[in-house]
Each structure stands twice: as structure tokens, then as C-alpha cells.
Design a protein around this ligand. Structure first.
Ligand code: NAP
Length: 279
């Protein structure tokens, strides 16, 4: 059964990192509007339980598929894109897989730096690289990347994460400019603080949460539904003339300053949070 105004029926979305948090929130909005989804991530147990949950809210002919995928591996991403197209008509992509860490620049190891870049930036590049030929062959499509307020506001002690998200936003603008002629749109969303597995540590520190709150005119943290609904809008036909944008969704946090996580750094590292000054 499809609703007469079911705008996503017959289409399929690939959602990287779709087994939890924001990715799952995006998938939930999509299946509710009749789109099929392919959830792609590393933890297959978590993917299976996310899929069960989504099937209970899926509308019409929406199907839920899962695929083990590590976005840092080109062959794995290529397989996930091919599996998505085999499962339906791939027209929507959510490049969401990502993570962050905290630490001062001078103590950030090359491995830590490269690990974040490989997932947040290279992973999104590979997802776009291997999905756009399919979208193009299908007559076009819409890509949404999950950036962060960290892509535009400095977050001291989170440099690799901030830089990866800033790079991701340029990747999206490049994609939008280069592939508009194939009816492929590309946009990004910039969430502020949303409670998920990734922010559990941060959310347990009262002083840091209080600082976040002071920077948010709307005075509340976000929800995965908030983000999912914006991503759903950017994927669907309602936004058909929007491409190359990065939209803040953060309770207004971007109007003020980035969060201050220095108390946590001081707790863990003391004076070593800064390089030593002159003796
Ligand atoms: P989350 O629940 O931890 O989700 C991250 C997802 O990425 C997980 O499902 C994880 O699945 C997947 N992932 C990580 N590395 C991967 C890899 N190499 N290959 C495939 N999948 C991988 O946290 P979240 O908060 O929802 O984060 C989702 C996105 O939102 C991230 O890009 C994050 O930077 C962004 N974001 C979050 C917030 C926030 O406050 N929560 C704010 C701004 C932006 P597996 O471990 O199973 O692979």
C-alpha cells in the first residue's frame, strides 16, 4: 500500500552508520515516508536490531536491508553501493558514518589524526565516489552528508574532528557543483549537540553540558528526530532546487562560540594540555 502523496515510494536510500544515533534517526524518517533503506556499518548485530525496529515503523512497500561496511575501505564501500542498487532503486545517500575524539594538537598522534580523516572525510568521499555513477544512471538523486557545528565553529581540543568536518563541507560543495548537470544534488547538515552513543562521555560532564546550553539560544539539546527530519527534507522532492548548502541544526549554537571542553582536558592532562612555555 502507498499513500497518494507518498513522495519516496519506489526509492532506496543508502545510510552509512545507519545502525545507531543520527543515521538511524534519518532512516526512521525515510521508511516512514515509504522509502526503502540500506543500513551500512561495521557492527552487524546492531544493524540487525536497528532493522527490526525500522520494519515496525516502515510504511507501504518500504524495505529495510543491512550491509556490513567499513567506510574506510574502498572495496567495502563499493560493495555497499552495489548492494543498495541491487536491493532497490538507489536515489538517496546519507554519508553519516563518523566519530570524534578530544585532545590537544601537540599530543594528537598521526594515527588518531588519520583515523578520523579516514572515516569522516575519506569515508564520505568513497561513499560519494561509488554512489554517484548509480545515481546518475538512475536519472539523478540526492546526497546528504552529516557534518557538524564543528565544521564551522572552532572547538578547542577537537582539531582532527573539526578539520574533517570542514573538509566534508567542501567535498559536498564540490559534488554539488560538478554533478548538478546529472541531476545529483548534494547538501550537508550541521548538527549541534545530540545525545547518542558518540556523545555519551561528553553528556556525563555537567560543566560541559552547561557550557553547551549557554551557547544555545533555544536552550535544549537536539534529538535524532530533529536531524532525521531535516535530512529527509534534503533528500526528498520538497528540496529539489536546493544544492550545495550546509544547514545548521543546533538550537542556534552557531550564533555564539564553540563549546569549551577545556575542563575535561584539564582533568585528564593538567598543564600538559598546552605545550610547555619558555622555561
Ligand atoms: P553514533 O551513534 O556513534 O553513530 C556513528 C555511526 O557511524 C555508528 O553507527 C557507526 O557504526 C558508524 N561508523 C563509524 N565508523 C565507521 C566505519 N569506519 N564504517 C562504517 N560505519 C562507521 O553517533 P552519532 O552521534 O549518531 O554520529 C553520526 C554522525 O553525526 C557522525 O558523523 C558525527 O560526527 C555526526 N554528528 C554528531 C553529533 C552529535 O552531537 N551526536 C553532532 C554533530 C555531528 P559501526 O560502529 O557499527 O561501524
Amino acid at each position: 500500500m502507498t499513500r497518494p502523496n507518498d513522495p519516496l515510494a519506489g526509492q532506496l536510500a543508502l545510510v552509512t552508520g545507519g545502525g545507531s544515533g543520527i543515521g538511524l534517526g534519518c532512516a526512521r524518517e525515510l521508511v516512514r515516508d515509504g522509502a526503502s533503506v540500506m543500513l551500512a556499518a561495521r557492527n552487524t548485530d546492531r544493524l540487525a536490531s536497528a532493522a527490526d525496529e525500522l520494519r515496525s515503523v516502515a510504511y507501504g512497500g518500504a524495505e529495510v536491508h543491512v550491509q556490513a561496511c567499513d567506510v574506510t575501505s574502498e572495496s567495502s564501500v563499493a560493495e555497499a553501493c552495489a548492494a543498495a542498487q541491487a536491493a532497490g532503486r538507489l536515489t538517496m545517500v546519507v554519508a553519516n558514518a563518523g566519530f570524534g575524539t578530544g585532545g590537544p594538537i601537540h599530543l594528537t598522534s598521526l594515527d588518531d589524526w588519520e583515523g578520523i580523516m579516514r572515516t569522516n572525510l575519506t569515508g564520505a568521499f568513497l561513499t560519494i565516489k561509488h554512489s554517484v555513477p548509480i545515481l546518475s544512471a538512475n536519472g539523478g538523486g540526492s546526497i546528504v552528508a552529516v557534518s557538524s557545528i564543528a565544521g564551522v565553529s572552532t572547538h578547542r581540543f577537537m582539531t582532527p574532528y573539526d578539520v574533517s568536518k570542514a573538509g566534508l563541507e567542501m567535498l559536498i560543495r564540490q559534488t554539488a557543483d560538478e554533478l548538478g548537470c546529472r541531476n545529483i544534488r548534494a547538501n550537508a547538515v550541521r548538527p549541534g549537540l545530540v545525545p547518542t552513543d558518540a556523545t555519551e562521555g561528553l553528556m556525563s560532564l555537567d560543566t560541559i553540558v552547561a557550557d553547551y546550553m549557554e551557547q544555545m539560544p533555544l536552550g535544549r539539546v537536539g534529538t535524532t528526530e530533529d536531524i532525521g527530519q531535516l535530512v529527509r527534507f534534503l533528500l526528498g522532492p520538497e528540496s529539489s532546487w536546493i544544492t550545495g548548502t550546509c544547514i545548521s541544526i543546533d538550537g542556534g549554537h552557531h550564533l555564539r562560540r564553540g563549546p569549551n571542553i577545556e575542563p575535561a582536558m584539564e582533568m585528564v592532562l593538567g598543564d600538559q594540555r598546552y605545550p610547555a612555555g619558555p622555561a
